[in-house]
Design a protein around this ligand. Structure first.
Ligand SMILES: [Zn+2]
Length: 324
C-alpha cells in the first residue's frame, strides 16, 4: 500500500497558493478525496463495447482531480490503481489523508432485463437504450447528510447547466426504485452505499452516465465529456462551499451553515497531478468505427478483467445502479 500511496498521494498545491491562483479570497480549500469506483478484479459494469467501468472511472477521476487541482484544491485519489478491494477501507483512507469531502466516481448501467446482446468486434456484448444520463447519490446514514445533499444538488445543477440530463431510471423500478432526494438535479437517496455511509465527512457518489447505452458509452469516452463533467464537479463544489472562495455558502438545514468550516491541514510536499497523458491512464480503449459503420471496441487484453453483468446489484459493492 505504501507504493500505492506514493503514486496516488496528495496531488494538490498549497491551499494559499490555490486561492491565489483561483483569484478568490484567501480562504483555504478543503482537501477532496476522489474515489475511483470498483477495482481491477471486479471492475463493475461493462460498456456496450466491452470496456470496463473501472477504466471509465479511473480516467474520469483523474480528470476531475486535475481540474480541482487547477483551482488549488488538494486532492487525494482513492483506489486509483485498482487495488481497493475493501470498500470499507476507502472512506477511512480518504479521511486519514485529510479528505474533508468524499466524491466517488462511477459509470452506470441498467438492469439485465433491459439489456440486449450484440456482436462487437467478434464478441458478444450487452447494450441497452433504456436509459442514459447522469445521476448522483447520497446516504441518509452519512452523518453530514445536509452538506452531502447540498453538494450533490449543486453538482447536478452544474451538469444540467452544461446541457446534460439526469436519468430517472433508478426511481422507476416498482418496489425497488430509489427515492429522490432532489429530482430536478438528479439526486437519489441510496442509504446503504458503503462508501457513503462509512464516510464521516460529506460524501456523494456520481454516476457520470450510462455506459451500457451505445451512444452514451462513446460520448463518455471523449475528453470533451470528461472535461465537461469535471468542470461541473468543480463548479458544484464551489457552489456548495467545499472549495475556496465560497466559505460563506449556507447550507439549508445544516446547523453549522457552512461546509467549509474546517481548515485545510498543513501544506505538504506535493506530487505531480495525474492527468490524461499519464500512461497509467491510457487504459481506456476508445471504440473505433467498425466495417459496418458501427463502433467497435478493441479487444480487452486481459479477459479476466471482463465482467459479467449478472452479478448482484450492490450495496456491498458500493455501487449505485449497475449490476455487478
Ligand atoms: Zn459503479
Amino acid at each position: 500500500m505504501g507504493r500505492v500511496d506514493a503514486m496516488c498521494g496528495r496531488v494538490g498545491r498549497l491551499a494559499a497558493l490555490g486561492a491565489t491562483l483561483a483569484g478568490t479570497a484567501a480562504v483555504a480549500a478543503v482537501p477532496v478525496a476522489v474515489d475511483v469506483g470498483h477495482y481491477l478484479e471486479k471492475p463493475g459494469a461493462t460498456s456496450a463495447y466491452g470496456v470496463t467501468e473501472f477504466e471509465y472511472n479511473q480516467t474520469l477521476a483523474a480528470v476531475i482531480a486535475a481540474r480541482l487541482e487547477r483551482d488549488g484544491v488538494p486532492v487525494r485519489l482513492i483506489g486509483y490503481k485498482g487495488e481497493m478491494a475493501d470498500l470499507y477501507a476507502r472512506a477511512p483512507q480518504a479521511e486519514a489523508a485529510g479528505g474533508q469531502f468524499f466524491l466517488s466516481v462511477h459509470h452506470d448501467s441498467v438492469r439485465a432485463e433491459y439489456q440486449q446482446t450484440w456482436i462487437v468486434d467478434g464478441k458478444e456484448q450487452r447494450y441497452s437504450e433504456y436509459a442514459r444520463g447522469f445521476s448522483l447519490f447520497v446516504s441518509r446514514k452519512n452523518p453530514r447528510l445536509a452538506e452531502s445533499l447540498a453538494c450533490a444538488s449543486a453538482i447536478g445543477a452544474a451538469l444540467r447547466e452544461a446541457g446534460l440530463t439526469p436519468t430517472p431510471h433508478h426511481a422507476e423500478a416498482a418496489g425497488i426504485g430509489r427515492p429522490w432526494a432532489d429530482q430536478t438535479n438528479g439526486v437519489y437517496y441510496y442509504d446503504n452505499l458503503v462508501v457513503l455511509k462509512s464516510s464521516t465527512v460529506p460524501a456523494v457518489l456520481l454516476e457520470a452516465g450510462v455506459i451500457v447505452h451505445p451512444d452514451e458509452a462513446l460520448a463518455l469516452a471523449t475528453p470533451a465529456r470528461r472535461a465537461l463533467t469535471a468542470e461541473a464537479v468543480a463548479k458544484g463544489l464551489a457552489a456548495c462551499g467545499v472549495t475556496a472562495g465560497r466559505r460563506s455558502a449556507k447550507i439549508p438545514g445544516n446547523p453549522l451553515g457552512d461546509v467549509g468550516l474546517r481548515p485545510a491541514p498543513p501544506a505538504q510536499p506535493t506530487a505531480p497531478v495525474a492527468h490524461e497523458t499519464d500512461p497509467a491512464l491510457l487504459l481506456l480503449r476508445r471504440p473505433q468505427p467498425g466495417p459496418a459503420g458501427h463502433p467497435v471496441a478493441p479487444d480487452v487484453a486481459d479477459p479476466g478483467r471482463q465482467h459479467r453483468l449478472d452479478g448482484p446489484v450492490g450495496d456491498e459493492l458500493g455501487h449505485a445502479g449497475c449490476p455487478g
